[in-house]
Ligand binder design. Sequence first.
Ligand code: ATP
Ligand code: MG
Length: 440
Amino acid sequence: MLPNSVREALLRLNEAGFEAWLVGGCVRDRLMGAEPHDYDITTSAIPEETEAVFAGERIIETGLRHGTVTVLLSGEPLEITTFRTEAAYSDHRRPDAVCFTRSLRGDLARRDFTVNAIAMDADGRLCDPFGGRADLEKKILRAVGDPEARFREDALRILRCARFSSVLGFAIEPATAAAMVRCRELLAYVSAERIYTELTKLLCGQDVRRLLMDHTDVLGAVLPELLPMKGFDQRNFHHIYDVLEHTARVVENVPPAPRLRWAALFHDAGKPACFTLDEQGVGHFYGHAEKSRELADAALLRLKTDNATREAADQLIRYHDWPMEPTAAVVRRALNKLGPEGLRDLIALKRADNLAQAPEFRDRQRTCDEIEALAAQIIAEQQAFSLKDLAINGGDLRALGIPPGPEMGRILDELLDAVISDRLPNEREALLAAANALCP
Ligand code: ATP
Ligand code: MG
């Protein structure tokens, strides 16, 4: 069953004598048995006609230039777009002009992939001129028309293809995949923001490992950092995979949150640059965490990532290789540095990293269990791990005659350090005595 507002919109357009169809992701998702996150309607009505059909409703005209009228029906925004075709693309990203048409087929022909070029009317009838239904059943992504021509028109489609493949778990039809490789340099014309959006969805998709492994060259056009990882033999007993395959497995094994997936993607990116061989012929990567963090930071800045995601990823990469003993003092220190969410993320990354190493080191999963249990206990018992938890504050130190400033900060930090490492109880009297002793 369609949502009422969607059905109503289709029927109102039909009653006024226009064709109206659902199209794109919502049709694809419904045919796959998934709940669409939004519904796009395409119609033979030109925008003025659509506005007349919905006169009296709230209408938003922001997309008008592209033929899109947004109508609010029972509070739900619905995008209604006139059938259109696109004139030549001379900059590999935007059509030089959009033209309205009264032909649904013409509209479907400009769409990117066959599974995105199926239309469905209010009664559930399909219009599927490019075999989208069959490709959906075979789980295949295939460009509508000549793939190379379509990627040359709009290079973003190359990344959309990779993204849909990862998210939907669909294979890319060979001619479409070959055209992606041939056209990959055209991704230079696509804006950083759009690249970031597609890559982030790709990284959070179910089949991200396959995309990273099988389409490295295409992704390397926007993430050149991947290329040295491919085939890089680590020559170290901890590892059974090259850097790229190890990385792809870590990405797949962390929860699908952008900061974690991006951190996993870059956590070992600095390894090729840090590689050394010892006399026994064993490979080492001293300093790789910092090098990887630098590469990630530069890449995420280049892709215009939001600061929160970039900084969270940077921090995870910096600490991913930290040895952590499962003791209360170590965990309190980590909580102080990273906060509860940051520590949870770091353990998730460490678990995934370990699962993608040689199997004889799997006992480190148990260390992760122990650290998580300790963190839960420390938080539940409200043990002190940050300055605000300390049983005294700056006011107490002022009363002892210590002026506010760097000296006071140093003393508070030392007291907290003593409490975190169990050298002092978090009690007023004990802390005041220790503060007195620390006064210069
Ligand atoms: P989702 O919204 O789940 O990411 P979607 O298929 O709805 O997937 P949108 O970006 O919302 O993707 O686009 C809606 C539809 O518009 C697509 O299904 C496709 O038919 C068409 N489309 C979007 N972008 C392009 C493009 N760059 N080239 C050709 N057609 C496109
Ligand atoms: Mg959509």
